[in-house]
Design a protein around this ligand. Structure first.
Ligand SMILES: Cc1ncc(COP(=O)(O)O)c(C=O)c1O
Length: 441
């Protein structure tokens, strides 16, 4: 049982929750008061198995003492130091440790505080890079339908989630195109791993090049596996084809690895898993195991070098007060050390087969129209109730929570991405709970 205060209805009013149906939530709140390892506990002491690593971020499991101690000790030694024309040792140490595990050549690191900031930073670096090289006409950015790149104006512009774009349509960046998404249930339903069909969807980039001319295009940004819109997997060969087209036309390729980074796919980064090296990688979430907000952009040698020329002076007019905050750096260093010590960056690979078998055993349960998986990622897609998109998914989410399992719901897609420390017995528990809930639908 936790010591968390019991909240009265009136205590809930002041807080405006993000991405939440606030009135519905406040009428029947779901509160998490304590966490450890693979579990959360509610204020009443009910144990909840964490099937989503918090929000795809707690890869090493909850409340890891090594990280807590490193942060506490850092705050007592150096609580804050500016990184504008100044720095502190932890910032360099974390950048060096990240460069060691990054895909070849992406050996420079720009720190941010979130995935959204990482995306906006990467887009700004891409635009500035072309300008630095005398190709200032390269201003167009290309995203993808059903992409989620956070909530900054850059991110929602290249992102492809209608509600994110609808409300702020007048404020979206100009000169943005979208590739088609890669989700094709007609051809790829119940795929195991990367689906077989759809590599040719990358050729849509050639169409956009033909339309605008490469001399106007700065960068393409994609999530190697799109998580937030329901786990959309890259068809076999798709990412490689995107890379080839970008190479052909001098377009920068950005992988948004905010959720695929840090072992989720079975490799440190999806770039390594799929054997495709982008020019920039955006990170956040697992970087500090979710303990302290932090993001980063990994930058390729060639891009960085383009900025380090000409007369001395500030090369990139960009940064955040809390870029490389000492507490975040301490959390990041302790997190990376745990990932290394416990083999977590590749552990998903050894569990992926067991995960896949358990997942696909759900096939045939009521309303299940697709199951797809990669590494320690899974989506179970349900048939929508007529005229009520998301209603079935929400019911499954709530019922799972009531039975002691935290899942993530996107429309009628249930996504799972547990901490990478998960044991086989806990995988069994996830699937037996989900099966019970689905049978009751
Ligand atoms: C691929 C991707 N990019 C960016 C973001 C935004 O990250 P944040 O919520 O830390 O701003 C997310 C969050 O889920 C994400 O999945």
């Amino acid at each position: 049982m936790s010591n968390a205060p019991v909240l009265a209805r009136s205590d809930l009013e002041a807080l405006w929750l993000p991405f939440t149906a606030n009135r519905q939530f406040k009428s029947k709140p779901r509160i998490l008061a304590k966490a450890s390892g693979m579990h959360y506990w509610t204020p009443e002491g009910r144990q909840i198995l964490d099937g989503v690593a918090g929000l795809w971020c707690v890869n090493a499991g909850h409340a890891r003492r090594e990280i807590a101690q490193a942060v506490a000790s850092q705050l007592e030694t150096l609580d804050f130091a500016p990184t504008f024309q100044m720095a502190h040792p932890g910032a360099f140490q974390l950048a060096n440790e990240l460069a060691k595990i990054a895909p070849g050549g992406l050996d420079h690191v720009f720190f941010t505080n979130s995935g959204s900031e990482s995306v906006d930073t990467a887009l700004k670096i891409a635009l500035a890079y072309h300008r630095m090289r005398g190709e200032g006409s390269r201003t167009r950015l290309i995203g993808r339908e059903r992409a989620y790149h956070g909530v900054g104006f850059g991110g929602i512009s290249v992102g492809g989630i209608p509600p994110n774009r609808k409300t702020w349509s007048a404020a979206l960046l100009p000169g943005v195109d979208h590739l088609p998404h890669t989700h094709d249930l007609a051809k790829n339903a119940f795929s195991r791993g990367a689906p077989a069909h759809g590599a040719q969807l990358a050729d849509e980039l050639e169409r956009l090049v033909a339309l605008h001319d490469a001399s106007n295009i700065a960068a393409v940004i994609v999530e190697p596996i799109a998580g937030s819109t329901g786990v959309l997997l890259p068809p076999q060969g798709y990412l490689r084809r995107l890379r080839e087209i970008c190479n052909r036309h001098g377009i920068l390729l950005i992988f948004d690895e905010v959720i695929t980074g840090f072992g989720r796919t079975g490799s440190a980064f999806a770039a390594q898993e799929f054997g495709v090296t982008p020019d920039l990688i955006t990170l956040a979430k697992g970087l500090t195991n979710g303990c302290v907000p932090m993001g980063a952009v990994l930058v390729g040698q060639q891009v960085y070098a383009a900025f380090m020329q000409g007369p001395d002076g500030i090369e990139l007019f960009h940064g955040y007060t809390y870029s490389a905050h000492p507490a975040a750096c301490a959390a990041g260093l302790a997190t990376l050390a745990l990932y290394q010590k416990e083999g977590l960056l590749t552990r998903a690979k050894s569990l992926a087969g067991y995960w896949e078998e358990g997942a696909h055993a759900l096939r045939g349960l009521p309303h299940v129209i697709d199951i797809r998986n990669y590494g320690l990622i899974l989506a179970v897609e349900l048939e929508s109730l007529p005229g009520k998109l998301g209603a079935r998914g929400f019911e499954v989410f709530v019922n799972c929570f009531e039975r002691g399992l935290l899942v993530r719901q996107t429309g009628d897609i249930i996504a799972l991405s547990p901490p990478l420390i998960i044991e086989r017995g806990q995988i069994d528990q996830i699937f037996s709970t989900l099966a019970q809930v689905l049978r009751g639908q």
